[in-house]
Design a protein around this ligand. Structure first.
Ligand code: PAF
Length: 307
């Protein structure tokens, strides 16, 4: 399968490294010229359990016209860049190309669907934790399943084909028949972890051991669960707070993607995470004060970093 990955951030490098190790025809697309040069020279380096794995990238470029039509385009750019990235990647997308988003947050499917028919889109989540240490250098901070699913039943064979590629590359993968359940399941975990770790400047595990922080996480996740319930989403677990606490433990040393973004002075995915819950809350008449406040605080951090 010819795979193009858009975005050489922590997750992009992790997936590119694992798929390149398994000798897939792979091209990494990245708009930052510094990252492209670093990865072209030194490949991707994955630090895992004290050891370091160096993977040569078969192809990395900023020029979409270098890659040709892909069998699969895997989107791992930040949620606020999805629309621009898909538009830029149109030369890579043919009538049979599968476009898979494993990004955080909600709204990615809608942004992709502006340019790509639903039948070609797969969505999913990954429980891997990765921290960007430098251009092409990551720490693989937690392993977990990658769950993928089609938007419509006719997309199921595509999901199974991608599952086979992932499994063959050492990426445990599951196909779900209800991808909205999976996306909301992950969203609530991000709602509970990302903004709080960014504001408090702590690793994920601290949410579990600081009582007052755990209490705020609980409120934020309950608000998100109330929205999901009203929308008729069947969550993939019974207790969203227990699930979030479990992810905090499983990724205890991880620096959440939002904390990484704030630390590096980058824009965050707050609008696609807590912001989405607050926006739905407003539309549905559900009270979401904690998510509104977390959104305002993270936006203030972004503002302070810029001024
Ligand atoms: O965004 C992240 O960092 C991850 O989705 C998660 C699960 C919170 C682990 O750090």
């Amino acid at each position: 399968m010819k795979i193009v990955i858009a975005g050489a951030g922590a997750m992009g490098c992790l997936f590119a490294g694992m798929l390149a190790e398994a000798k897939h025809e792979l091209c990494l697309l990245e708009k930052d010229a510094g990252r492209v040069n670093a990865i072209r020279c030194s490949g991707v380096s994955i630090e895992r359990e004290g050891a370091e794995l160096q993977v040569t990238m078969p192809s990395i470029t900023s020029n979409v016209y270098d890659t040709g039509i892909a069998d699969m385009l895997l989107l791992l750019v930040k949620a606020y860049d999805t629309d621009n990235a898909v538009q830029a990647c149109l030369p890579v997308i043919g009538p049979d190309t599968t476009v898979l988003t494993l990004q955080n947050g909600l709204g990615n499917i809608e942004a992709i669907n502006k340019y790509v028919p639903q039948s070609q889109i797969l969505a999913g989540t990954t429980a891997h934790g990765a921290t960007l240490l430098g251009s092409g250098r990551i720490r693989h901070a937690g392993r977990g399943d990658t769950v993928i699913g089609a938007l419509a039943p006719e997309g199921a064979p595509r999901a199974h084909a991608v599952q086979a590629v992932f499994q063959g590359s050492g990426i445990p993968a599951i196909v779900s028949a209800d991808i909205h359940s999976v996306l909301w399941g992950k969203l609530l975990v991000n709602v509970g972890i990302n903004a709080l770790t960014a504001i408090m400047e702590v690793q994920n595990g601290r949410i579990g051991d600081i009582e007052h922080l755990h209490a705020v996480m609980e409120r934020a996740v309950h608000e998100g669960a109330a929205v999901a319930f009203r929308l008729g989403i069947a969550l993939p677990y019974i207790d969203p707070v227990a699930r979030t606490a479990e992810v905090c433990r499983a990724t205890t040393d991880n620096i959440s993607s939002m904390f990484q973004d704030i630390r590096s002075g980058r824009h965050t995915e707050i609008d696609s995470i807590n912001g989405v819950v607050a926006a739905y809350g407003k539309r549905l008449g559900i009270s979401t004060p904690v998510n509104r406040m977390l959104t305002c605080l993270v936006k203030s951090l972004e503002f302070v970093a810029k001024t």
